[in-house]
Structures are given as C-alpha cells and as structure tokens.
Design a binder for this molecule. Structure first.
Ligand code: TPP
Ligand code: MG
Length: 333
C-alpha cells in the first residue's frame, strides 16, 4: 500500500501542557548552548578531529524523544551530540569525550563521532554515512526476537538517503516487520551539496512506497509537530506493524563540520531561517504568549542551562588525558 502523505502541523498546540512546553524548551536550549560551547572549545584548540554541530536541528531529536519510553533505542550519524543530550546522557561525559579526556563516554578514545551509552540505549555515533541504518534495523531485530515492544530510532541525513544500504535495509525491515523508525533528518544539505543538486526525487520518505513502508513528512522546526508525528510512528511500530519513515524537514545553521567554507549557500538564506523558523524561539514565543512563563522565568532557565554547560566545559578541560596503557584496552586484536 502506498504511504500516505500527512504533514503534521501544530494544530494540537492547545493540548500541550505548560510542563511539556517548558521541558522541550529546556532540552532544546541545552543542546544549543552545549553546541555553542563545543564550537568555542574547538576554536581554542581543545577539541581535535571532526566536530559536527547540531545547531538549528534541536526540535527534531527533542520532538522524537518525547514519544519514547524506557528500553527504546537510538542510533545516528556523526552529528550526534544533540541525540546524546536528548536521551539523557550526561553533558560532562559528552563534552569530555570531545576534548579526548578520561571522563568522556569512550574514555577519551572515541571523540565526537564515537560515543555510546548502554544505560541510555544510545548506540552511536557513526562516521560512515548511512552505516547506522542497517545497524539500527539489527537493533530492532533483537527486540523483535526477544518479543518486547521496544522501538529503535535510526536517524540519517538527506545525503545518506541516497545510499544503497538504506534500501536493502528497508526491504529487510519490512519483510520482517521490524519495529524501527527511519528518521531522515533532511537539513537540505549533505557535506557541500544541496538536496536539489543531488536528488532527482526530492521527497525522500515516499521512497518507502517501493517496499510498502508507511511514512510522512514533518516540519522539523516545530517541536510539537515532530512530537505528534513521533507518537504516531511509535504507535505503529509498537503495535507490530513494522517499520515507519519520518522525513523531518530541518536546517543546520552552522557548517557541515567545523571546517566548512559554506560556499554552497548564501548568508541571507541562513539568516532568514534563523529569523523566521528558529525552533527554540517558536517555543519561547508559545510560552510567553500563553502566559506559561514570564521573561524572568525564561532568563532563569537560560542561567540554569548555561551553568550546566559551563560545568561540562570545566570538567572537559580538567579531566585528565587517558593514560598511555589505555592504548591497549577496548580493542579487538
Ligand atoms: C560512506 C561515506 N561516504 C562519504 C563520507 C563523507 N561524508 C561525511 S558526511 C557526508 C554528508 C552526509 O550528509 P547528510 O546525510 O545529509 O547528513 P548531515 O551531515 O547533513 O547531517 C559525507 C559525504 C563518509 N563519511 N562516508
Ligand atoms: Mg543533510
């Protein structure tokens, strides 16, 4: 059966409680401030190697996580700091991994793209474009095999959506009715190529039709729309109906990685998104106009989050570098 296109919107905003709105605001703001700090530490030479920031895309992961329960799994690409914070991993451990310190999630030996948390069911952090998609189906297979109702979120980008392994995975996931939500974070660009330049059929979720997988497109700058779509997708998977595709339309404000001359788009385009579609500003405005919070309340939240992020940076600077002997631990050979 062909997938149905039902673009979720925020029509149900009125049904969202004050506490929920505040929680989404805080979660998105934590990611934004954390990423800004990571950018600063990178500029100071404290973070080496690759570093891909999530700024602009915060509503995607926060909206999706809003529909999860304990036991659900997540796996993503190298643009992974936001996913880790949103599933409750400790900012100290994430920041210390970025600076390559002992207190990091991979003891300082993995860096930005290679962190994991068994406790929070976060399975990385993958630098090979698209590689996490079949791995995500494998995670879902394990839950199906065990007979529980957990769901796996396999996140990947618009660029990765042109990888062959994605479609091999779609086929197997549908054949075996795996409880996996394929989340295409369509931020309009791959490394330096826009979707328009690289992709003949710009609707990425509709490709699931070839495998009979249902899906939809969602406004990824609207956390409430993402949450609503996530609830629907999760219900589908938990009911044993097989995989689901969510193409979440979003935008990254920063370069692909820290070393990106960004010649493929104009400053005006980026500024327009910031001015008109910022996901955090949107919730801020809902909080204020709905009289759920005052300017002072929001200032206090800002302060609270800055303190958490500053503490993580302090930890990441002071945690020692891994000892030399660590070169010989956590390796296969
Ligand atoms: C198999 C493979 N090919 C190429 C690369 C280089 N590369 C890294 S990220 C990237 C772009 C991916 O873009 P997208 O999937 O849209 O994710 P985004 O960076 O926008 O989150 C490319 C080509 C890689 N890491 N792995
Ligand atoms: Mg992209």
């Amino acid at each position: 059966m062909a997938p149905k296109k039902t673009t979720a919107n925020s029509a149900s905003k009125a049904n969202v409680s004050k506490d929920e709105l505040l929680a989404y605001y805080k979660d998105m703001l934590l990611i934004r401030r954390f990423e800004e700090k990571a950018g600063q530490l990178y500029g100071m030479g404290l973070i080496g190697g690759f570093c891909h920031l999530y700024i602009g895309q915060e509503a995607v992961v926060v909206g999706l996580e809003a529909a999860t329960k304990e036991g659900d799994k997540r796996i993503t690409s190298y643009r992974d700091h936001g996913h880790m914070l949103a599933c409750g991993m400790n900012p100290d451990g994430v920041m210390a991994e970025l600076t390559g310190r002992e207190g990091g999630y991979s003891k300082g030996k993995g860096g930005s793209m290679h962190m994991f948390s068994k406790e929070k069911h976060f399975y990385g952090g993958h630098g090979i474009v698209g590689a996490q998609v079949p791995l995500g189906a494998g995670l879902a297979f394990s839950d199906k095999y065990k007979g529980n109702d957990n769901v796996t979120f396999a996140y990947f980008g618009d660029g990765a959506a042109n990888q062959g392994q994605v479609y091999e995975t779609y086929n197997m996931a549908m054949l075996w009715d795996l409880p996996v939500i394929f989340v295409i974070e369509n931020n309009q660009y791959a490394m330096g190529t826009s979707v328009q330049r690289s992709t003949k059929s710009p609707s990425l979720w509709e490709r699931g039709a070839a495998y009979g997988i249902k899906g939809e497109e969602v406004d990824g700058m609207d956390v409430l729309a993402v949450k609503e779509a996530s609830e629907k997708a999760v219900a589908h998977c938990r009911a044993g109906k097989g995989p689901y595709i969510l193409e979440v339309k979003t935008y990254r404000y920063r370069g692909h990685s820290m070393s990106d001359p960004a010649k493929y788009r104009s400053r005006e385009e980026v500024q327009k998104m910031k001015d008109e579609r910022d996901p955090i500003e949107a919730v801020r405005s809902l909080l204020l106009t709905g009289k759920h919070a005052s300017e002072d309340d929001l200032k206090a939240i800002d302060k609270e989050i800055k303190a958490v992020v500053n503490a993580s940076a302090e930890f990441a600077k002071t945690s020692p570098e891994p000892a030399l002997e660590e070169l010989w631990t956590d390796i296969y050979a």
